[in-house]
Design a binder for this molecule. Structure first.
Ligand code: NAD
Length: 403
């Protein structure tokens, strides 16, 4: 694993039989030890997986299992240091707790990172070794695809454990999550319209979509069918043209995205699009789209949007359709059921938007309130003894996969 050969080790973590403290290039951690880092964001468990034979170096972080087993993708990335990998997995796994809870799922938050270059370091052996570590957690963590991993890697993992989602249809998997994400985002946009304009109707509303990829193509169709005037762009003009052809949207140049006068701006490309340079240019009432991590700085930019009178649909709430889709595999995949569940994004988002208005807080803060309330309420019910947990049943007799 060349990416980490020279990387700074984490204080106190044993690598190659030596305490990392014996190495010379120690990352500056100040007085913080490994438990300080892990407990900062209330994580339950962090598992370091090391297998010399396959070259596997992975970290699984389980943030919170109040609602159920921790589900979250495995990201493969060339981290500059082990500490960067740890910080990333801790941040991402906490985000999954909030996403699952807001989506109304009985799942906790977890994530894994595999340290390495996905272009050259992927092998069957590596993913099967990773699968065995997951199996060792007996269902506390369920993995899925993420940046740098794909369906073939999930199949290797599936040879070693059933605690994996995102496998192909023929193995009981859920396939491409984009249609469900697109539908959930559409329902979320209607919730925003309801709170902002007093009606779910999108008739005549001008919606600008940035990105013409998998999710955007479905979203554009829902919007045009609902009577919205949709404008779409992509850095690859032919992708935007194809979506326009299929949906009746109008194409515009990617560099004009912040010059477009519209009612609703739907980011559906990369993260960080709302930042210091762009926020002042926005000419819309609502920002609501499926892209992950839309705000350059969550706290600062959600406040600035509120000050500018722009309603913001927290991304982890509106784009939860993808998670709902893979979670549906756990009960035997059904796209109609996943779509039905994604429809509830409307109610959740509306509750969040109204809470934000009532309390005069940002929609991000309101979303966190709603999530934390649910976590506290369900944690409280767990005081009541029950002989068998709901989810252990799912992974026992009633497990529906053909494994
Ligand atoms: P995708 O890769 O299919 O589409 C993204 C598109 O954005 C690409 O066509 C790309 O060319 C375009 N793009 C990139 N930079 C751009 C720019 N500056 N201007 C215009 N276009 C640009 O990805 P996707 O699966 O459709 O996902 C879109 C977003 O939604 C991502 O942020 C993703 O993380 C998020 N998301 C997707 C899902 C899902 O189910 N696929 C679930 C949750 C969140």
């Amino acid at each position: 694993m060349s990416a980490t050969k020279t990387a700074a080790p984490i204080k106190g973590v044993m690598t190659n039989g030596k305490s990392s403290n014996e190495r010379t290039s120690v990352e500056p951690l100040g007085q913080r030890g490994i438990f300080d880092i892990v407990s900062e964001r209330d994580h339950e468990q962090v598992v370091f997986c090391s297998d010399k034979a396959s070259g596997l170096r992975a970290i699984i972080a389980i943030h919170n299992t109040t609602l159920g087993p921790a589900l979250g993708g495995a990201r493969m990335w060339t981290y500059a240091s082990d500490l960067d990998a740890l910080n990333d997995v801790l941040r991402l796994s906490r985000g999954m707790t909030y996403k699952a809870a807001a989506a109304g799922l009985n799942l906790g938050g977890g994530k894994a990172v595999i340290i390495g270059d996905p272009r050259i370091q992927k092998t069957e052996q590596l993913f099967r070794a990773f699968g065995r570590f997951i199996e060792g957690l007996s269902g506390r963590y369920i993995t899925a695809e993420d940046v740098g991993t794909g369906v073939n890697d999930m199949v290797h993992i599936f040879h070693e454990t059933k605690y994996v989602t995102g496998i192909p249809f023929e193995l009981g998997g859920s396939g491409d999550p984009s249609p469900v994400t697109a539908y959930g985002s559409f329902c979320g946009i209607k919730a925003c319209a309801n709170v902002r304009y007093g009606s779910d109707s999108l008739e005549g509303k001008r919606v600008v979509i940035q990105g013409a990829g998998h999710v955007a193509s479905g979203l554009a169709k829902y919007l045009t069918e609902a009577g919205a005037k949709v404008f779409i762009t992509d850095i690859y003009a032919e992708k935007a043209q194809q979506v326009a052809k299929d949906s009746g949207a109008t194409v515009f140049a990617p560099e004009d995205v912040f010059e477009m006068d519209c009612d609703i701006f739907a980011p559906a490309a990369l993260g960080g699009v709302i930042n210091d340079a762009t926020i002042g240019k926005l000419k819309c009432d609502i920002v609501a789209g499926p892209a992950n991590n839309q705000l350059g700085d969550e706290d600062k930019h959600s406040k600035e949007l509120a000050i500018r009178g722009i309603m913001y649909a927290p991304d982890y709430v509106i784009n939860a359709g993808g998670l709902i889709n893979v979670a549906s595999e756990l009960e035997g995949y059904s796209q109609p059921r996943a779509l039905k569940q994604a429809e509830n994004i409307y109610n959740t988002l509306k509750k969040i938007l109204l809470r934000s208005q009532e309390l005069g807080i940002t929609t991000n803060e309101a979303a966190n309130h709603v999530v934390e309330e649910r976590l506290a309420a369900i944690a409280s019910t767990k005081r009541i003894y029950a002989s068998q947990s709901h989810f252990s049943g799912r992974f026992g007799e009633s497990w529906k996969r053909k494994d």
